[in-house]
Write a protein that binds this ligand. Structure first.
Ligand SMILES: CC(C)(COP(=O)(O)OP(=O)(O)OC[C@H]1O[C@@H](n2cnc3c(N)ncnc32)[C@H](O)[C@@H]1OP(=O)(O)O)[C@@H](O)C(=O)NCCC(=O)NCCS
Length: 183
């Protein structure tokens, strides 16, 4: 594929395309209620997940107006430990990032390495000026991660999420900042 930015390695992490042979690992964390509690995605059946992995494996990455889903894998053995969603806005100026790590991979600084690599990848591959991440204010691991990444809280918003009123913090990283943060 021309200009294919994946795979890319950062410290202990490999960002790569999701693959159909990730199905078991993908379903193991995507079906974990503790992992999905604050996420916008719905749990998929195995058949739906297989079709999803097939689609995202072949899809062009970072196309404006469309979500790209990529794998977080361990650099040591390429095994899947989570995934990252990236969406460049229609006008190409801003992108949004979302991230998920299997429970067993959390608490080791691996999400920080993966999200750092993804932020750098988006700035390197597109002309976006800033990348935002939106998190429920009750999602403390996510808040801690965004702060450790050096992202700046730009606003707080009230939304209805899955039928429940909740409060979200919106964080942003501007171009140039991602390279200056240690990650
Ligand atoms: C949000 C999420 C990705 C954060 O994962 P995480 O593993 O806590 O994040 P980090 O990679 O930053 O790891 C930090 C933790 O690892 C610890 N750690 C251990 N070794 C470390 C190392 N070598 N380097 C850095 N941190 C290390 C840190 O002390 C920290 O623990 P603490 O938060 O208890 O202080 C994870 O909780 C998750 O997937 N949640 C479910 C999905 C979700 O809600 N996503 C966010 C929606 S946008």
């Amino acid at each position: 594929m021309p200009n294919e930015p994946l795979p890319c390695t950062h410290r202990r992490i490999l960002l790569r395309r999701l693959r159909v042979d990730d199905l078991m690992a993908f379903q193991a964390y995507r079906c974990d209620p503790a992992v999905g509690r604050f996420q916008g995605w719905q749990v998929m059946s195995d058949a739906e997940a297989r079709a999803f992995l097939t689609d995202v494996n072949a899809a062009a990455l970072l196309q404006p107006g469309r979500w790209s889903q990529i794998a977080i894998a361990l650099a040591s053995d390429e095994s899947l430990i989570g995934d990252i969603g990236l969406c460049v806005a229609e006008d190409g100026r801003e992108a949004e990032i979302g991230f998920t790590l299997a429970l067993g991979a959390q608490g080791q600084g691996l999400a920080r390495e993966a999200v750092t690599a993804a932020l750098r990848l988006v700035f390197a591959q597109t002309v976006v000026e800033r990348i935002v991440a939106i998190t429920d204010t009750r999602n403390l691991p996510s808040l801690r991660l965004l702060e450790r990444l050096g992202m700046e809280k730009i606003r707080t918003q009230q939304v209805v999420f899955q039928g429940e009123p909740c409060t979200e913090d919106v964080f942003a990283m501007t171009r140039g900042r991602a390279d200056s943060e240690p990650g």
